[in-house]
Design a protein around this ligand. Structure first.
Ligand SMILES: *[C@@H]1O[C@H](CO)[C@@H](O)[C@H](O)[C@H]1NC(C)=O
Ligand SMILES: *[C@@H]1O[C@H](CO)[C@@H](O)[C@H](O)[C@H]1NC(C)=O
Ligand SMILES: *[C@@H]1O[C@H](CO)[C@@H](O)[C@H](O)[C@H]1NC(C)=O
Length: 576
């Protein structure tokens, strides 16, 4: 040191009094290596080693010269960042957890979900009753209105909630006539994570949101609250106050505004709240589940029979079923009604109970092998104004004895077909499945309460014969508009017209045993199919009933003759 320098330090020591001789400004010598920054503290120096890697290493130690090895083998989980440091010369590390994790190794998920009327109650000891709230939490939900958190401290009532899809923080005090609230503009009920911070301290009510959609200061609000000195009750004057905090609801018997969704990283002051974790487990909880993975119930494919699943909210869904299926999971199938079993003359009658008007859709599944038969008649006391029957295996519809429309595709193939008749004020259309079979102009018909719906035939035999006779086959899931006409009610409550009578109709869709009288000729073997049969014919016979004999193949002719088959036999011609 130079003489000048020494005299300077003497001056300084005189002023500083009890400082020792080592208290020189060490930072002058720039002792911190590898990017470390030197800080002068009361004449002492301290190196703040670079948090960035330097030459591929992180450094520690008093001069940032020791390569930190703590993270060479570490157990940080869930994508946590390892942070190495030196502790009394030993290499150690700590894990810096990503969102949603906690624990020394970030091994614990902080996420949990609330189900119907779920809530969590946490008791905290307040050391300063004037600053009762400092909470940060992340949530995800589809609800537009719900209670995220509420607490009561003496005469103060604080609530963090969702109102119209936005976060709101409300303070209500006994002495105030009106409550004070803050509300932030972004919409947060979108099923994504949002992080909110709510506080009441230093007489400021605060609310902020950490969100990518936040511009500048739009997601941070504070308002000054009058100090509530005169109303400080006996409890507030004491140092500690027990505070009950409700998360995700308002407690046991208040289910109306319960939160349905997930929360994670719920911090009360500097303590994290995780159900089931020792550190600060809730005093009471109901319908709270750890984790937040299974909220999309549609991922479990709950809809059967090709039904479409639609998310309708938190852990809730609805199935859009394909006909003839129904029910929460599309598991209930409308019971088919069998008409003309063993060629009996059968029909069903329903009564229309409302006034559907002049726009109506009549639809049903039809299965038959017959090319004719009466399917449905709508009638009032004066006329049969809508008739649907089979003609040449196709569907024919007639309005008011006049206009009629014939389908273009065959239904009588033994398979189920969805037939839809659309009667509008000025037109009539026919569909098979979704395929249009034609459309004609009509004069409107009115369906009214008290009208009768005949299915499969009419009580009057001759009237039925005029439209192809009684139907033989099955009808399933018959509807007029959305009203069902159920022959055999299924368990699901569906609004159905009243069944008035069921004549010789049977449940299900079993076909007749067409083999009973063995229709196969010439020793053919009969196999029963639905309302049909097939014959396994012996060699040299053909036809549906093996009625054709291929006489010539039996080689009845001399080898020099040519055989010629006829329906009733054969002849052979001899050539010279
Ligand atoms: C909630 O209601 C149940 C039954 O109605 C009752 O036993 C219980 O004491 C109530 N709890 C609270 C906190 O009011
Ligand atoms: C509020 O809580 C955060 C943790 O969420 C903590 O870091 C902060 O120090 C707390 N503030 C006060 C004033 O207690
Ligand atoms: C029966 O229906 C036809 C066609 O909609 C209608 O013209 C007639 O007035 C109805 N009769 C009665 C009594 O409602």
């Amino acid at each position: 040191m130079t003489r000048l320098g020494t005299s300077f330090w003497i001056v300084l020591l005189l002023h500083a009094g009890d400082c020792s001789e080592e208290n020189i400004n060490g930072c002058d010598m720039n002792p911190c290596m590898n990017g470390g920054v030197c800080e002068n503290q009361d004449g002492q120096y301290k190196c703040h080693c670079s948090q960035m890697s330097y030459n591929g290493h992180l450094y520690g130690g008093p001069y940032c010269t020791v390569i930190l090895l703590g993270c060479e083998r570490h157990w940080c989980q869930n994508g946590a960042t390892c942070y190495p440091y030196l502790d009394k010369g030993r290499h150690r590390y700590s894990c810096i957890c990503p969102e949603g994790c906690t624990g020394t190794k970030c091994q614990t998920s902080t996420a949990f979900s609330f189900e119907e009327s779920g809530f969590m109650q946490v008791q905290t000891k307040l050391t300063n009753a004037f600053e009762p709230l400092n909470v940060t939490l992340s949530f995800r939900t589809l609800q537009a209105a719900a209670t995220l958190l509420q607490c009561h401290v003496e005469d103060q009532f604080l609530m963090l909630e969702l109102v119209d899809g936005r976060v709101r923080h409300t303070l209500q005090r006994a002495q105030d006539t009106e409550s004070v609230f803050l509300e932030l503009p972004p919409m947060v009920s979108d099923g994504h994570w949002h992080t909110v911070k709510a506080s009441l301290r230093n007489n400021m009510l605060g609310l902020s949101l950490t969100d990518p959609s936040c511009l500048e200061d739009t997601c941070r609000m504070e308002v000054q609250i009058d100090r509530a000195e005169p109303d400080l009750g006996s409890g507030l004057s004491e140092l500690t106050v027990i505070q009950n905090l409700y998360i995700g609801g308002r407690g046991e018997n208040e289910t109306a505004s319960g939160f349905l969704g997930c929360m994670r990283d719920v911090w009360l002051d500097s303590l994290i709240v995780v159900p089931g974790l020792g550190l600060r487990s809730p005093a009471k909880q109901l319908n709270v589940k750890q984790g937040c993975s299974d909220w999309d119930r549609c991922k479990e494919n709950p809809c059967q029979n090709r039904g479409r699943c639609v998310k309708t909210g938190w852990r809730s869904f609805s199935c859009e079923c394909h006909r003839p299926y129904e029910g929460e999971h599309c598991l209930d199938e409308y019971v088919a009604a069998r008409f003309g079993s063993e060629d009996l003359e059968s029909y069903a009658v329903f009564t229309v109970e409302d006034d559907p008007g002049d726009s109506n859709t009549v639809s049903m599944f039809v299965r038959t092998r017959r090319s004719q038969g009466l399917l449905l008649v709508l009638s009032n006391t004066t006329s049969q104004y809508l008739r649907v029957w089979l003609e040449d295996g196709m569907v024919k519809v007639q309005i008011n004895n006049f206009e009629s429309l014939l389908g273009s595709e065959t239904v009588s193939d033994g398979h189920f077909h969805l037939i839809t008749v659309l009667v509008e004020p000025e037109s009539l259309s026919l569909f098979m499945s979704a395929k249009s079979q034609g459309r004609i102009p009509i004069r409107s018909v009115l369906v009214q309460a008290g009208d009768a719906v005949y299915v499969g035939g009419l009580p009057d035999r001759r009237a039925s014969l005029a439209f192809g006779g009684y139907f033989k086959g099955c009808i399933q899931d018959l509807r007029i508009n959305s009203r069902r006409l159920q022959f055999y009610p299924v368990s699901v409550p569906a609004s159905s017209y009243r069944l008035q009578s069921l004549m010789k109709v049977t449940r299900g869709c079993t076909g007749d045993d067409s083999c009973t009288n063995n229709p196969c000729l010439h020793g053919g073997v009969c196999y029963s199919m639905w309302d049909d049969f097939t014959c396994s014919c012996p060699p040299n016979t053909a036809g549906q009933r093996c009625e054709e004999v291929r006489w010539c193949e039996l080689s009845p002719c001399p080898s020099s003759a040519v055989c010629q088959a006829h329906t009733q036999g054969f002849e052979f011609q001899l050539y010279n």
